[in-house]
Design a protein around this ligand. Structure first.
Ligand code: ZN
Ligand code: ZN
Ligand code: FE
Length: 749
């Protein structure tokens, strides 16, 4: 006989871990106890050494689906305590705050079976869940995670549920949100006039949707607007009511087979589509079409993830448009009263329920790249799971940028990035941003010792950081935007030392006071140098040029000596340029895409961010290898030759598809040449790709390959997004480095 002390770190609470341990212990005839701790669980076990060893060895592979085992520490001794049987020691309420919290997980197979079983007591009950599935992060008010600290506290368990909850053999043992029709929440349906409609709420909603109406549906992390996907009139009506002219909608399909009728789905895409996280996956349309849903070649598809969604689809609905219910760029609605008030005139009916959403969490959005999620938005299903680093970070806060606002908090070797918040452009979003920072700090018991923010002084996130650092008298580090992008990709890939960063996005304040975004940087966490960039573009009218991209086209044509006569407002623009009135310069790659998209006639005014670039990518033909002339001087890409050749192509009536492809090929070739230059000078061979431009799959499928053919090692994002949402990971990594070296005396750029 032998005694073993074990510590298991990771997500092991609220995921059916203890019943699993109970079974293992019984099977191997071990004795002892298990208890929750701040970082996971602790066990003391006694038995034959080989059985103890087997218990430890098989732990990771046999653990329940939702458990995430990060580390198992153990030691043996021959000092026996002679336990009688096996005991689960209850957690005391004094905060075990360090414990990781599980994200929300889609309904599991077992629960789905019960949902569809007429003889089950939870038949068609829309809140069915178990230790393997259901809401977590979105219903938690506080830690430690138990029912009293979730929005389920309003629903005392009935005897039947209580028995399951306490029965270690039951698959609902200690499932905090467990409930049934007798004791749990319920759905209700209201019409456009906010009158409760009698009868089966879900059937009422289904009927309305099938008849072409728009219904607000309360989900896991917020409220969606749902309507038929197969009738363009309905979609257009939704666009009209939501004032969302052109931005693509997401679809929810009943199952993968239904999605396959519309999209091509690879094995990897299927796996991620069907994963318990259930993100929206951007998939290639089978044929062009579905323009009322998406104006480009792909469409965002997700599968149902709550029992309510499954009931809503029933047997006869195959695909629904499911778009977050929000009003003019404010955060997703999540509260019944607010929804009824704000969606008046937008929704024709409301399928709501009385289980409160405590924390909003929008759907995640990703592509599948090299077999993995490549995030555009990391949110429901993933947050608040941390990003692990290989170093102790201490307690820090990084405040992100402005668009796709995000923050990260760190503790030990974990970084906790927040869920999707939105663009910090209105007070509602700022308020959500601030409350989420406090919420995360409470959940994970973090008191930041230093703060990082963007160099841009006008971002609301920078103002927040500034105020807070002052109030709490802690150091503040202002970090250049693209430096943070680069280090985000480094931290994402566990890199250290110096790298080359190809950082391409729309905008970000440079250290010279101008807007950057077509950058080649070198350096690491301690600092960086600007090694190259694209020829600056004058933005006629400043911010206006990001919307009216024909302004950028005008400048690029004029700067290249091409004909600008036919451009609308050409006289006005010329005068503005000559007098240099409100014409700031930018090296943003997004601006270069804008200009080219407009020159070749793809789009002249954008109705959502990045539209020109997205449509240019969609227009590009496959199989084109031609490029335009690449002129580089002192590691600055001079695009004027390219623009002149594009004009000549246009005169010879080359198609948009060919020109778009040639343009992107040119950019790719340019990047390889500049990286080679940098390597010759600095001997750096690792290249990190970050910034919103790397959501462009045409470039992502080709640039890494082209660089690898030149002998470079290429790194792309794995766990956070390449766009500004992922930036706070880079900020916190830099802050960690600088703060550890210089402590309270940290200096800014
Ligand atoms: Zn379940
Ligand atoms: Zn019950
Ligand atoms: Fe950016």
């Amino acid at each position: 006989m032998e005694h073993a002390d074990l510590k298991v770190h990771g997500i092991v609470q609220g995921v059916g871990f203890r019943p699993f341990i109970h079974k293992q212990v019984r099977f191997l005839k071990l004795t002892g106890f298990i208890k929750n701790t701040s970082s996971g669980v602790e066990l003391e076990l006694e038995g034959e050494k080989k059985d103890l060893q087997e218990f430890i060895n098989t732990l990771p592979e046999r653990a329940p689906k939702l458990a995430v085992i990060e580390k198992v520490e153990y030691s043996f001794s021959d000092k026996l305590k002679n336990f009688k049987g096996f005991e689960i020691k209850q957690s005391k309420t004094e905060a075990f705050r360090n414990t990781l919290i599980s994200p929300d997980i889609c309904i599991c197979e077992d629960c789905l079976r019960e949902l569809r079983d007429p003889f089950d007591r939870r038949y068609r009950y829309p809140f069915i869940n178990c230790t393997n599935c259901g809401p977590r992060f979105t219903i938690i008010k506080d830690v430690p995670y138990d029912r009293a600290k979730t929005s389920m506290s309003a629903f005392p368990m009935c005897d039947a549920c209580d028995r399951e909850y306490h029965d270690i053999e039951n698959r609902r043992y200690h499932a905090q949100p467990d409930c049934c029709p007798d004791c749990g929440p319920h759905v209700f349906f209201m019409d456009a006039e906010v009158r409760e409609v009698p009868g089966d709420a879900i059937e009422n909603a289904r009927k309305l949707i099938k008849n072409g109406f728009i219904v607000a549906v309360k989900g896991l992390g917020g409220i969606h607007l749902a309507c038929r996907a197969d009738t363009p009139e309905t979609a257009l009506e939704l666009r009209h009511r939501k004032q969302r002219d052109e931005k693509p909608f997401a679809l929810m399909c009943r199952d993968t087979e239904s999605a396959e009728k519309i999209c091509d789905i690879s094995d990897d895409e299927r796996r991620i589509l069907e994963s318990p996280q259930r993100p929206i996956v951007l998939l290639q349309k089978k044929e062009k079409g579905l323009w009322h849903i998406s104006e480009n070649n792909s469409v965002g598809v997700m599968l149902p993830y709550t029992p309510l969604h499954y009931l809503l689809f029933g047997e006869d609905i195959e695909a629904l448009i499911m778009t977050s219910a929000n009003i003019s760029d404010t955060p997703i609605l999540y509260d019944n009263i607010q929804a009824l008030e704000k969606l008046r005139g937008i929704a024709d009916g409301f399928l709501l329920h009385n289980r409160d959403i405590r924390t909003r969490c929008d759907d995640s959005l990703c592509r599948v790249y090299e077999g993995r999620e490549y995030f555009i938005r990391r949110s429901r299903g993933y947050v608040p799971f941390p990003i692990k680093r290989e170093k102790n970070m201490g307690m820090l806060l990084a405040c992100g940028a402005e668009q796709k606002a995000s923050f990260s908090l760190s503790k030990d070797d974990y970084v906790f990035p927040c869920q999707h918040i939105g663009d910090l452009k209105n007070l509602e979003t700022l308020s959500l941003y601030e409350t989420q920072i406090s919420h995360f700090e409470r959940l994970f018991d973090i008191v930041p010792k230093a703060i990082a923010c963007d160099l841009h002084p006008d971002y609301m996130s920078s103002e927040y950081a500034e105020k807070r650092a002052k109030a709490e008298n802690i150091p503040l580090l202002k970090i250049q935007h693209h430096h943070a992008h680069m280090t985000s990709c480094m931290a994402d890939n566990f890199l250290s030392g110096d790298v080359i960063g190809i950082i391409w996005d729309g905008t970000g304040l440079g250290t010279d006071g101008t807007s950057w975004g077509g950058e080649f940087l070198t350096g690491g966490f301690e600092g960086f140098e600007r090694a190259g960039h694209i020829r600056p573009i004058k933005l006629i009218g400043g911010d206006k040029a990001a919307e009216e991209i024909s302004r950028t086209a005008f400048y690029m044509l004029k700067d290249s000596g091409c004909d600008t006569e036919s451009t609308e407002n050409s006289e006005l623009y010329s005068r503005m340029l000559e007098a240099d009135i409100n014409c700031p310069v930018s090296t943003g790659m997004g601006r270069l895409f804008d200009g080219v998209a407009s020159i070749i006639g793809i789009k002249s005014t954008c109705s959502y961010e990045g539209q020109g670039a997205i449509l240019l990518e969609a227009a590009a033909a496959e199989g084109i290898t031609d490029i335009y002339t690449v002129s580089i001087k002192d590691k600055v890409f001079d695009w004027r030759n390219m623009v002149r050749e594009i004009c000549s192509d246009l005169q010879h009536s080359a198609g948009k598809d060919v020109i778009s492809a040639k343009f992107m090929n040119t950019i790719i070739h340019m990047a390889v040449l500049i990286c080679r230059n940098i390597r010759e000078e600095k001997g750096l061979n690792r290249v990190c790709l970050s910034g919103g431009t790397f959501q462009n799959m045409y470039i992502l499928r080709r640039l890494p390959k082209a660089l690898e053919e030149s002998g470079f090692e290429v790194y792309t994002h794995r766990r956070v997004s390449c766009n500004d949402e992922g930036l706070s990971l880079g900020q916190i990594a830099i802050l960690n480095e600088v703060y550890n070296v210089s402590g309270n005396s940290i200096k800014n750029y």
